[in-house]
Design a protein around this ligand. Structure first.
Ligand code: BG6
Length: 462
């Protein structure tokens, strides 16, 4: 019997996590501090419940049991990241042997359990020693990242066949250099533009290093794409939505898929005197950064209207000089995270990629729903998270439709596997297929985890 929503047999079913959010043992086993450790030490009050990056979910100890759970949930693929600060504690140079052992064990165990490792190289976790040099503002750090990436390929590339250079590279730009939710808490558009630009140079260096090694796998980047919907078809709203799209989506999507920046974005930044320092050789390098595979993180749309007030000429330049956000009446919300839920967005992203970017190899690398106080939904010792099942099912229906229309989407990964530490929100909202008891570190599969395991083994659902 065919299922109403049948997916290809080889479709990737899995979930995603990251080193800084799950490993724990932050300042032990040779690992050096990241910007998160430093910031938490300075301002613990900025983190929900004063819970910092050192209290993450003990994957460093429990990797074997956690990988067994991946298999139990019928994952054929799983993404995590390698921590730069753990592998190369000084940022450059000597490799930490304990880290090599740890990551080798994780990779080997995943493969032994039939779970393909998808490995990302940077998930917001700048080593503090590199940040002290200026982080992504400094081209030496770009070079150091290229060396770190090459080291990872040399150490693990014989077994890892799906690599990613960055997760959501726009987020450290927004958080660290515009909106004050990541260290170093700078508010400065030009520095933000520099960080964004240098990140893509670093990305291209890593892609180049990977290709030079000819290891028979593929390399990509993971972008959080937020489709920009104008409030109306009024030309002013459309223009505003287009600028938001250029700044938040195409600023990374175009270099990743086309090897160059959109001319409209370059012109806008030039007019405003905000262009970063572009040097000879950069354009050629960027062209080498065109990816084999695009990961798409999709959580929420961006609804935009034109501004209806003048900008304070003394305020620092912000993307919002050119548009305002629009709260569509009747929008469906996840009140815990404050994000709109709009399932069709996943279809719109895939359609845009198919129509305007040559239908690249891609997959949904994150989608998910953070909910506060999930213990409310405990039924006989298990979290009955029907809302999460609905969330995933409705997104998968739109993904299925995109596939029927010819999208090159190859899989769906959930954020996340086991409840994990979420940056400033710490453990406020839970996202996992598996519940984490913070006191005991016990893992218990939620209803959504069981549901997903069935969908993965049946290659779909009705
Ligand atoms: C993505 C990130 O932005 O969304 C994850 O890749 C993050 O690291 C997830 O945890 C959920 O967002 P948040 O801010 O609620 O943790």
């Amino acid at each position: 019997m065919t299922m109403k929503y049948a997916f290809p047999k080889e479709f990737w079913w899995g979930s995603a996590s990251s080193a800084p959010q799950t490993e724990g043992e932050n300042l032990s086993f040779g690992k050096s501090a990241t910007t998160w450790d430093h910031w938490f030490e300075q301002e613990p009050n900025r983190f929900h419940g004063n819970v910092g990056p050192q209290q993450t979910s003990t994957f460093y100890q429990h990797w074997r049991e956690d990988i067994a759970l991946l298999k139990q949930l019928n994952h054929n693929t799983f993404r995590t990241s390698i921590s730069w600060a753990r592998l190369i504690p000084a940022g450059r140079g000597e490799v930490n042997a304990e880290a090599v052992t740890f990551y080798n064990q994780v990779i080997d165990e995943m493969l032994a359990q039939g779970v393909q490792p998808f490995i990302n190289l940077f998930h917001f976790d700048m080593p503090m020693v590199m940040q002290e040099l200026g982080g992504w503002e400094n081209r030496d750090v770009v070079q150091a990242y290229g060396e770190f990436a090459a080291t990872c390929f040399d150490l693990f590339g014989d077994r890892v066949k799906h690599w990613f250079t960055f997760n959501e590279p726009v987020v450290p730009v927004e958080g660290g250099y515009l909106y004050d939710f990541h260290y170093p808490n700078v508010v400065d558009f030009k520095r933000a533009a520099t960080v964004a630009y240098h990140t893509m140079l670093a990305h291209a260096l890593a892609v180049k290093a990977y290709r030079e090694r000819q290891q028979g796998g593929e390399i990509g980047i993971i972008l959080n794409l937020t489709p920009s919907y104008p409030r109306s078809q009024h030309p002013a709203d459309i223009k505003a939505a287009n600028i938001a799209d250029l700044m938040f989506n195409r600023s990374f999507l175009d270099p990743a898929l086309r090897g160059e920046y959109p001319q409209e974005l370059v012109e806008l930044l030039r007019e405003q005197g905000q262009l970063p320092d572009c040097r000879p050789g950069d354009a050629e390098l960027l062209q080498q950064g065109v990816v084999d595979l695009l990961g798409i993180n999709y959580y929420q749309p961006r609804r935009i209207q034109c501004r209806d007030s003048l900008v304070n000429p003394e305020s620092p330049m912000m993307p919002e000089w050119f548009f305002s956000s629009y709260e569509m009446p009747g929008r469906k919300m996840n009140p815990h995270r404050g994000w709109e839920i709009y399932e069709k967005g996943i279809y719109d992203i895939l359609t845009n990629l198919r129509e305007n970017y040559g239908n690249p190899r891609c997959f949904i690398s994150e989608n998910g729903m953070g909910v506060e106080n999930e213990l409310r939904f405990d039924q006989g010792g298990q979290i009955n998270d029907e809302y999460r099942i609905d969330f995933v099912r409705e997104h998968l229906k739109w993904l299925h439709r995109a596939l029927q229309e010819g999208s090159g989407c190859l899989g769906y990964h959930m954020w996340t596997f086991i409840d994990c530490w979420s940056w400033m929100n710490a453990y406020k909202n839970r996202y996992g297929f598996v519940q984490l008891d913070l006191a005991t570190q016990k893992r218990t599969v939620k209803k959504s985890g069981e549901w997903f395991a069935r969908v993965a083994s049946h290659h779909g659902f009705d």
